[in-house]
Write a protein that binds this ligand. Structure first.
Ligand code: ZN
Length: 288
């Protein structure tokens, strides 16, 4: 069956299937309320996103008649005397529906050309784009491939941990894209280092951003190993190390211990600083 292309918004509102649904609908399922019947005819697409903030989960749904997209979410709200579980359904704008339609193609193994990638970043809220891509990353990572360079660029200007998690999940499914992801990781790690150094009034370690993790390791040791020789890490350095380790661990599919060991290199003082972040049997082992 062909997937219908989303029509302009005014037509979607007169859709025989989803037209009866309001643009934004909250339903108190904890008290027995339910959505209008048309809700059940919308087609869920992608894997549901896990909880974020107050949301238990969310998933996009597409009208099989007009192609309009809806954003469904489930938010538990336990307060007062009763169960106030709420579900929310929001009709997404026509432009959003058109872009999402490309991200949820009928045949995920042969996705259509996504068009200009920049438009997705300009037209969609970042959270929504990340959820859409995240809901496809495990089953159809190829859909993400054209987005990786822009996602990596956004790592440079945004501290959104969601991008790091998404790229990590992507990497774990498409090993051959490892170089793109690693460049993004190295770039962001350097940005973390520069940020903390700038806050402490230090000159940044490097003016250009590294292109791979090994290069970042060299820059990291240049900037930090000398300080490690002076003794225990300063409060600034503790924050830097904690953020860096958290960032590395966000790429769960990417063997964080190897990444940390690569930063430590042969530096004994750095091993003393960072060893606590490694599993016990890794902490004392010199790098081979
Ligand atoms: Zn419709």
């Amino acid at each position: 069956m062909d997937t219908p292309s989303p029509r302009p918004e005014d037509q979607a509102e007169t859709c025989a299937l989803c037209g009866e649904l309001p643009d934004d609908l909250n339903v108190n399922t904890g008290r027995g309320e339910c959505f209008p019947a048309a809700f059940d005819r919308l087609i869920p697409v992608g894997i549901p996103s896990p909880s974020q903030g107050q949301r238990v989960g969310s998933q996009f749904r597409r009208c099989p008649n007009c192609g309009a997209f809806f954003d469904w979410s489930d938010a538990p709200q336990m307060y007062g005397s009763g169960n106030c579980d709420e579900e929310r359904l929001v009709r997404l704008p026509a432009t959003t529906s058109r872009l999402l339609n490309t991200l949820f193609p009928p045949d995920p193994k042969a996705p259509p050309h996504p068009g200009e990638i920049g438009e997705y970043f300009r037209s969609l809220p970042l959270d929504l784009l990340l959820r859409a891509l995240g809901s496809q990353v495990r089953t159809a990572p190829i859909i993400l491939t054209p987005f990786v360079p822009d996602l990596a660029r956004h790592l440079g200007v945004s501290e959104d941990a969601g991008i790091a998690r998404l790229l990590g999940a992507y990497l774990s499914h498409i090993p051959e894209r490892a170089e793109d992801i690693e460049a993004a990781q190295a770039r962001h790690a350097q940005i973390i280092l520069n940020k903390h150094f700038a806050r402490a009034g230090f000159a940044p370690g490097a003016s250009s951003l590294p292109g791979n993790w090994s290069s970042f390791g060299v820059l990291f040791r240049d900037a930090v190993a000398g300080l490690a020789e002076q003794g225990a890490p300063s409060p600034m350095m503790k924050k830097l190390l904690a953020e860096l380790v958290e960032f590395i661990q966000a790429f769960s599919g990417n063997r964080p211990n190897d990444k940390l060991n690569e930063l430590i290199g042969d530096s004994r003082p750095l091993r003393a600083w960072l060893g606590s972040y490694l599993p016990a049997n890794d902490a004392t082992k010199p790098r081979g």
